[in-house]
Structure formats: C-alpha cells, structure tokens
Design a protein around this ligand. Structure first.
Ligand code: GLC
Ligand code: CA
Length: 552
C-alpha cells in the first residue's frame, strides 16, 4: 500500500459510539464503521482516527482504559477490528487509534494491584504522595473539577494523582516499566495493521515536584498547568517512545493532542529529525470573546463566541511559524469542544456558513481533521436533562444559574451550546425515527437541532456534503498542499489568503458575516469553487457567508 505523507493526510475523526450501530443495541460499533467506509472514501478523506475503542468502564467515554489489548465488547471484537482495518486499507484509507498514555482506568489490573498492596510491583506505575497539614499534598486542581489528589484507601495521609477523573489515575512515566508496557501496547496495535496514533494528553505525562502549591488567594484547588503541562522532560520521553515505534513501522503517522501548547511548543514537538509528533492539535486557535462571560457562573456551561480577530492572528502565527517545519492541523471541532456551527451561531444561511468555514480552514497549509457530522453541517445537540451531560461541573453550573433565576430551559440551552457531551451524538443517515443510526433509541439522544441526513444531502448537489466533497478534492491539488500561504490584511469580517506555487496563484476569499462584502482581487482566470458569491470586474462580491476560491 502506498504510504500517505503527513502533508497529504486528510483526517476524519470518528466517535465510535455515535457513528453507526450495526447490531441495533443503540451503540455505534466497529462493524457499523466498516459498513460506511464507502461513504467516507467518497468524502475524500484518507485517514480515520477512532476515539478509544478499548475495554473501559466508560467513566470518560473510553479514555479510562481497563484493558489496552481488548476491544470494548459493546463496540465489537478484535476480529471486527481486523476486518475494519482490512476493508479500510483496501480502499486506500489509513486507520489511527487514540493512544491513552497519561492514565489508565482505576479498574486496570495495574492500578488494582497497586491499590490493594503497597508492596505490589505495580505500585510505582502510578503517582503517590504524602498529604500535607491534614489535606492533600498540594492545591492543584484536576481538569474535571476538585483536587488532583484522591485518598489512598490503604494508607493514612497518602494520596494518588489524577489529572482527569478520580477513576483515571495518572501513570508514572519516570518508571521504565511503564514506558516498556506502553511500547508493547503500541506494537500490538501496529501488528494489527494500524497506521499511527493520536496521542491523548501526551503533554501531561511529566509532573513537577509535588511540594509546590499554586499561589492562590483562596483555598480551593487551582489549575496548575505550569506544574503538569508541557514540562521539558515530556520531550525526551516522547522521543524515546516514538523512536521505538518507528523501529517497528517507519511510516506511522503521529497526531499529538497538545491542547494548551503554544506555537513555540508546537515547533519543539514537530521539528525533524528529533520530532515527537508529525503534527499537533492545539486548542489555542480558537480565541474566545469573553465580554459576555458571567463571573458568577462556571465557564463550562457558558458558550462564548469566537474572537475573530484573535482567531485570525492565531492562524497566521501557526501558518507562518510552521513553514518548513511541519504541517499544522486544520480543524474546527472535536469531541472536546462545541461544534463549529454552534460556536459560530449564524442567524441565517447556516449551510452557506458551514461551506464558508470549510473553505476558510481546509485550503490553508496543513492537515484537515474533520469531526464526524461536520460534513453535514451538524450542530451541537440540545440535551434535555442535566444528567445527559454526565458532568458534576454542569450540575454545579446549574445550581449557580438557578440561584440567578435562570429557567431549566435556559440552563440546558446554555450548557448544550458550551459542553462537549452535546457534540457526541449519532450521525444522521436517513429520515427514519433514529435517523438510520440504529433502530432503537441511541445511547445518547436528542431530537434537535435537526441536521439534514446523509441520504437527503447525497441527492442534493447544493448540500453541505456535496460541497465538502468538492473542497476535499481541491485540497488534494499540489498548490493547496505545498503552496506558500499569505494572509491578506483585511477587515475583521473578511478572511482572505493566497496560496502560491511556482507560477500558479490561488485566492481564497471568505465573508465571515451576514453583511455583504466586496474584495478587489483583480482579474481572474477561473473560479475553482464558490458559493453565495461571484466575481465581477476584478471584484469579489460576497453575500452572507459567501466564499470563493479563485485562480489568477
Ligand atoms: C483528552 C481527550 C479527552 C479526555 C482526556 C482524558 O483531552 O480528548 O476527551 O477526557 O484526554 O483522557
Ligand atoms: Ca451496536
């Protein structure tokens, strides 16, 4: 099989539980994915990234792994997985898996052994520390709320460390046997044919000295990224790990999740020859406009609009600084953030907005990563019960909002627009009751907002889906892979850039708002793609959310 270079990758992210349910138990599964490979091939992607599929108590939807060598039985079997990989490869599609390296589930046998016996050989696989002044060792906060420390039931005044849920104890990467085990796991999946990994939360595998508190004016746990994110020692650990994987399979693709990484760190993580990742996903692209933020309410339940000026500046920085270094990821959404159409919240012309956003993002220099459903213009769902969020912090938010007089509907609407759980719902394939995802009620379900299904969009040449197919076809042209990127200095409402390769020059012109815009682009050879827009006498005329791709 031909190897796909990082520069040529077009990634499609699948949340397996919500993609397609083949046996009608309400949960998406591996066979369900295999059934839809032709759909994915026709879309124009070449790499599938699956969120975790391993055995897991599902405290964090699979990111709490209890057995790295087995498929969660609700998703299928190892044989189903092998078949999926084979069928994908037959179609020229690569498969990469989520690799959860920072923590395990508390139910993992290593942690169970460590928890039950202080002398266990697995004790040092995890991070333990003595408490301080009758409390935990320090005041660092977990990303999922509360302290990073949880009491060790075996010893008084002793704690284990968890950066995420308390059911997800962090691994101790200073322990060489942890490193060896992780390589073994990766090798197992490479032997099953996978073409690379998405490294989950790798920036957190090294922690600072536990003696140090965050400076704070209250006694609540405090986010402490400087003590547990992007520490310099992450790099040698990662390089050693990746080097061993490259010995097993030289051409693997490594997509690192580096949520809080800035551009300097991205350069560090991706600079050859000692790179640890081919590319990283940062959450920093999406500058948010915080003017409407209510300080009395937890941020997790409050949707914030994008700060378009900040976003543009961030994109420019990542585009330019990675030139000659690596290819940045180009993405709008993933399973941890609101769907882009919800974040953007157009009041009209939603389809045009979805098309414009795809044009803007994916024709830049880099690797498109499309979150399933985005190709249909899918929005975050409106969840109808607080328990649907499965998040203590949302209950907290609801209490705060209630105290301010918010209605239940207002609380659910706000939280749904902001929260990650609302982006993890089934993909609509047709008009049937459960939209062709399953014949029974899916594991997570809401009836609004309605996205037009795959079936509807496939027969409509004006659909978002049809447009995505065209954009991804264009993306495969050399100029959109290797062309230089130049962002024009325009008003905040416009996003305009050029790609230049040899004698060829292409303009991408996007209107980010409802108000019509014009842009002087000069004479044009050919309109490669356009919607809600036209060129007249050297001027691009864009209606609400219009976009144009022009050859000059
Ligand atoms: C990553 C995942 C997120 C998960 C966390 C813990 O950030 O994207 O969904 O909760 O790691 O594994
Ligand atoms: Ca199923």
């Amino acid at each position: 099989m031909k190897t796909i270079k990082p520069s040529e990758r077009i990634v499609y992210q699948i949340y397996p539980k919500s993609f397609n349910d083949s046996n009608n138990d309400g949960i998406g599964d591996l066979r369900g994915i295999t059934q839809k490979l032709d759909y994915l091939k026709a879309l124009g992607i070449n790499t599938l990234w699956l969120n975790p599929i391993y055995v897991s108590p599902q405290v964090d939807n699979g990111y709490d792994v209890a057995d790295y060598y087995q498929i969660d039985q609700k998703l299928g079997t190892l044989a189903d997985f092998d078949e999926l990989v084979k069928q994908a490869h037959d179609r020229g599609l690569d498969v990469i898996l989520d690799f959860v390296m920072n923590h395990t589930s508390e139910k993992h046998p290593w942690f169970q052994a460590a928890l039950q016996d202080k002398e266990s050989e697995y004790r040092n696989f995890y991070l333990w520390h003595q408490g301080k002044n009758g409390g935990p060792p320090n005041n660092w906060a977990s990303f999922f709320g509360g302290s990073v420390w949880q009491k060790d039931p075996l010893a008084d005044n002793n704690y284990y460390f968890h950066l995420f849920a308390k059911e997800m104890p962090d691994l101790n990467w200073q322990e060489p046997r942890v490193q060896t085990e992780m390589v073994k796991i990766a090798k197992f999946w490479l032997d099953h044919g996978v073409d690379g990994f998405r490294l989950d939360a790798f920036i957190h595998i090294v922690k600072a000295d536990f003696e140090q508190d965050m400076l704070a004016s209250d006694d609540k746990p405090q986010l402490a990224e400087m003590f547990y994110a992007n520490l310099p020692q992450v790099v040698p650990h990662l390089q050693a790990f990746i080097a061993q994987l490259h010995e097993i399979k030289p051409d693997i693709f490594i997509l690192g999740e580096a949520a809080s990484a800035d551009i300097d760190l991205a350069v560090t993580y991706t600079t050859p020859p000692k790179k640890s990742c081919d590319t990283v996903v940062t959450f920093r692209y999406f500058a948010e406009d915080e003017t409407g933020l209510d300080p009395d309410l937890l941020r997790i339940g409050q949707p914030l609009p994008l700060d378009l000026t900040g976003f543009k500046a961030n994109m420019l920085e990542w585009q330019k600084r990675l030139e000659g270094v690596s290819f940045p990821t180009l993405y709008w959404s993933n399973h941890d953030m609101p769907r882009i159409l919800t974040r953007f919240d157009p009041k009209m012309q939603k389809d045009a907005c979805a098309k414009m956003l795809a044009t803007l993002m994916y024709l830049q220099r880099g690797i498109p990563c499309i979150y399933y459903g985005e190709e249909l213009g899918m929005e975050s769902a409106l969840l109808t019960k607080l328990s649907d969020f499965e998040d203590q912090q949302i209950n907290e938010f609801a209490k705060q909002a209630q105290a301010k007089g918010w209605s239940k509907e207002q609380i659910l609407a706000s939280a749904s627009k902001a929260h990650k759980m609302a982006v993890r719902l089934p993909l609509p394939f047709d008009k049937s009751k459960y939209q062709g995802f399953s014949s029974v009620q899916p594991w997570k379900w809401a009836t609004s907002p309605k996205t037009r299904s795959v079936c509807d969009q496939e027969i409509d040449p004006g659909s978002v889906l049809a447009y995505y197919r065209r954009i991804l076809q264009l993306k495969q042209q050399e100029i959109f892979i290797h062309g230089r990127f130049i962002l024009e200095n325009t008003s905040a409402e416009l996003y305009v850039y050029r790609r230049i390769l040899d004698q060829k020059e292409v303009w991408v012109i996007c209107n980010l708002g409802e108000i019509p815009q014009e842009f002087k682009c000069g004479p044009v050879k050919k309109v490669l793609l356009g919607q809600n827009a036209r060129v007249k006498a050297g001027t691009a005329q864009l209606k609400a959310y219009g976009s144009l791709v022009l050859e000059r």
